[in-house]
Ligand binder design. Structure first.
Ligand SMILES: [Zn+2]
Length: 503
């Protein structure tokens, strides 16, 4: 397929890399030396990142429930756990659906604030409908409630790459990722990985050269499984074992590709998902037609959290008909939705929502389906809805098990690793700082590319020896002092309303 490359707006003039080689220490964020001589071994963490910002790759296996890693042998996941960290329970955001939760991971915002409140939406202000399965999903106006990390990273001097991640092929805030692939479900996982790894390496088609300095430093990569199989088979189906084993093999492919390119030790890798999956039953179906005339409402979002838009003047009638109709569902007026769900303050949330109890399906009539055996979207405190999360790389603590976190906290953590100032968000770095190999407060590194010009060094010449080294150190200290990035914005652990954001 055609690869799309967007002109990178932040030009850097690295110049002839053979004579200007910088070594950035990924741990101390201090420039160690400009005096690298060929043949001198670099610390493994630096070999692929010299002169570049820390690299971070965020990988989502859609619908990979947290406990799948112990269901069948998953040697690659377990290798990552030993080399890095695992979080046992990640509380994702409500509703536990693909588009809302993927946007939460890259914004640190709950759905009511970032605005992608479902896979299917109706916006009364726009008088328009959104579906992840139609062209509407590419319309910027749906995504404009937040700025994803790939855009923020670029605004602050980084380069981002997006492979199929929801929203990563949409123009948001006037920008696409520096490099991205438009969504194509038929593109294999292996091809997606090869593309991303090439971007991390700074490859461009036809040029035949690589420049790690020119590579992306933040990548997001998406794969549709095991969600699809989980829906079709049901998570308790023994056939899911092979699906999970295949995902582990795919993770192994990624690890090998990173190794082949010398990136494995330097790239920070986060493997996670948007949600889990729970088993459905043909005996657990709620038929709304039994309780409510279809002419009274429009059905907006699908089971298990159904958005109901009553016809004008029919809100009370619809609510009264549903509220005590079936003990296996809970009916809320929008203003009654519990605060803990952070799912109230947005016009795209319908005036009435119906939430099925775990394992139950809401439909209008069982003959019209759906006919799935697994689903997600339920209450985000249910363990069955929780995704996996493992992370390894120089930024992460090794062989560490964390009991729980919230998915909104991943965003400030990623910003910290990338030395990016976060946008206002619902997460907290403090709550996940223990995942880091160096949990002390961050010292932001200065972006290096094209900015540091030690031209006087060559003027002094080798004969100056120690004098030159001393001179370098003085200049480096000055540069670091002058170019320190501003400190992080204060964290915002409280829920944010749309009107509080200035995006
Ligand atoms: Zn999903």
């Amino acid at each position: 397929m055609q690869e799309i490359y967007i002109a990178y707006p932040f030009t850097s003039s690295v110049g002839p890399s053979c004579c200007r080689l910088y070594v950035a220490c990924c741990h101390s964020n201090i420039i160690l030396s400009s005096l690298y001589t060929p043949g001198h071994p670099l610390h493994p963490h630096h070999q692929a990142t010299r002169g570049a910002r820390p690299k971070l790759l965020l990988l989502s296996f859609d619908g990979f429930r947290w406990d799948y890693v112990d269901r069948v042998p998953t040697p690659n996941f377990h290798a990552l756990m030993e080399e890095g960290s695992i979080v046992e329970q990640v509380e994702n955001t409500y509703i536990t659906k693909t588009f809302p939760d993927h946007y939460t991971l890259v914004t640190g915002l709950h759905a009511e604030t970032h605005g992608i409140v479902g896979n299917e939406m109706y916006d009364p202000d726009l008088n328009a409908s959104f579906s992840m399965e139609t062209h509407s999903a590419y319309e910027p106006r749906w995504w404009a409630g937040a700025e994803p990390l790939w855009v923020t990273n670029q605004k602050q001097g980084g380069r981002s790459g997006g492979v199929m991640w929801p929203g990563s092929d949409v123009e948001i805030g006037g920008a696409y990722p520096s490099r991205y692939l438009p969504y194509n479900a038929s593109l294999s996982f292996e091809r997606r990985v090869e593309t991303m790894v090439a971007w991390l390496m700074g490859e461009r088609p036809g040029e035949g050269v690589r420049s790690v300095q020119g590579g992306v430093d933040f990548g997001v990569l998406y794969w549709e499984e095991p969600d699809e199989s989980g829906h079709n088979l049901g998570p308790e189906n023994p056939l899911m074992d092979a699906v999970i084993a295949d995902i582990d093999d795919k993770l192994g492919f990624l690890r090998n590709e990173l190794r082949k390119m010398g990136l494995y030790e330097s790239v920070n890798l986060i493997v996670t998902s948007d949600h889990g999956m729970t088993q459905l039953s043909k005996d657990k179906v709620i038929e709304l037609d039994q309780y409510l005339d279809r002419d009274l409402y429009t059905w907006v979002d699908k089971s298990p959290v159904v958005g109901i838009l009553p016809r004008d003047g029919k809100l009370e009638e619809v609510y009264s008909a549903l509220v005590e109709a079936n003990p296996n569902m809970v009916v809320y007026r929008r203003e009654q939705i519990p605060e803990r769900l952070h799912y109230r303050h947005n016009n795209r949330i319908m005036p009435i929502i119906i939430e099925a109890k775990e394992g139950w399906t809401i439909t209008q009539n069982r003959t019209t389906g759906p006919h799935m055996l697994g689903n997600h979207g339920y209450d985000n405190t249910l363990p069955s809805m929780h995704p996996v999360l493992v992370a390894r790389g120089p930024a992460f603590r090794q062989d560490y098990v964390k009991s729980s976190m919230r998915s909104v906290d991943l965003y400030p953590l990623m910003c910290h690793i990338l030395s990016v100032r976060p946008r206002p968000n619902n997460g907290s770095l403090a709550r996940v700082m223990d995942l880091l190999s160096e949990p002390s407060p961050p010292t932001h590194s200065t972006p290096l590319e094209g900015r540091y010009q030690p031209s006087f060094a060559t003027a002094l010449g080798v004969v100056l020896g120690v004098v030159m080294v001393t001179g370098f150190l003085v200049v480096i200290v000055k540069q670091m002092t002058l170019r320190q990035l501003p400190s992080r914005q204060s964290e915002m652990a409280q829920p944010l309303l749309l009107e509080e954001l200035q995006l």
